[in-house]
Design a protein around this ligand. Structure first.
Ligand code: BTN
Length: 251
């Protein structure tokens, strides 16, 4: 991609943009530069190629050539655990505005789905001792075909080019996500999170199994509750899950 740093600074809420041809992990780079006092929010680190991307937990994040990988550094209200969920809403809104014929969904807590396959993921991290700052890493499979992906993810994930058959302007896509992130956060009403999330939730009313501390919990998903927890109706009643190492759909 040509260097769009200046254009993004001029046309979005971002004050600083670093656009790199390659980075190991944009989240690592953002954490490092913020901790050294070199980058203040709102800022963006964008890498055309990411070679050692990290996913949630101990997972790595595969990003073939043509993927979109970036990290936002933003101020958040302390203890706002719903940032991750609103970020997912912003990303699906941006994608559906670009591809209205496709159905983009959210898989709690942070996966972006297209045709029930993983199109993207969000990794939110806080710099040490700064609960008021979020590093929001977003990885999206855009022009990278899953044909090039490692075997273990090929059947589980998809990309925009695999699903639509057309190449996407990566910069246009990024700009749309940044703009939609801005408008979604500026206008968000946490009292409306449950309703908004339910528009996109790919798990509601489906039989799922969650692994919480390695213990599986099976039931039917009933969406989320207002603090962002996932609701599962189990044989023992309604259970609210705040984190899970794995969320599996049982069909
Ligand atoms: C997940 O689904 O497990 C989250 C994946 C997050 C990947 C993105 S790509 C940009 C940013 N940098 C990283 O190292 N990870 C995130």
């Amino acid at each position: 991609m040509p260097d769009y740093s200046q254009q993004l600074v001029e046309t979005t809420f971002l004050r600083k943009v670093e656009h790199l041809p390659e980075a190991a992990s944009t989240n690592d780079r953002a954490l490092e530069r913020f901790s050294l006092g070199e980058l203040q929010p709102p800022a963006l680190i964008l890498a055309d190629r990411q070679t050692a991307g990290r996913g949630r937990g101990a997972n790595s994040w595969w990003a073939g050539d043509g993927a979109l990988t970036f990290s936002l550094i933003v101020e958040i209200a302390e203890t706002d655990t719903r940032v991750a969920l609103w970020t997912g809403v912003a990303v699906v809104r941006a994608l559906e505005s670009m591809y209205p014929a496709n159905r983009f969904q959210l898989k709690w807590p942070n996966d972006i789905w297209l045709n029930r396959k993983k199109l993207g993921g969000i990794l939110i991290e806080l710099p040490p001792n700064r609960p008021d700052i979020a590093i929001i890493g977003i990885g999206l499979n855009v022009n990278n075909s899953l044909r090039e992906a490692p075997n273990e993810i090929r059947g589980l994930a998809t990309s925009l080019i695999d699903a639509t058959g057309v190449a996407t302007d990566r910069h246009g896509c990024l700009q749309r996500i940044i703009d939609t992130f801005d408008s979604t956060f500026a206008n968000r009403d946490d009292a409306d999170l449950v309703r908004t999330w339910s528009e996109y939730c790919g798990l509601t009313n489906r039989a799922v199994t969650l692994c919480i501390d390695d213990v599986p919990t099976a039931g039917v998903c009933r969406g989320i509750q207002s603090d962002g927890a996932l609701l599962i109706e189990t044989a023992d009643g309604l259970c609210a899950a705040y984190s899970a190492s794995q969320v599996r759909v049982n069909e």
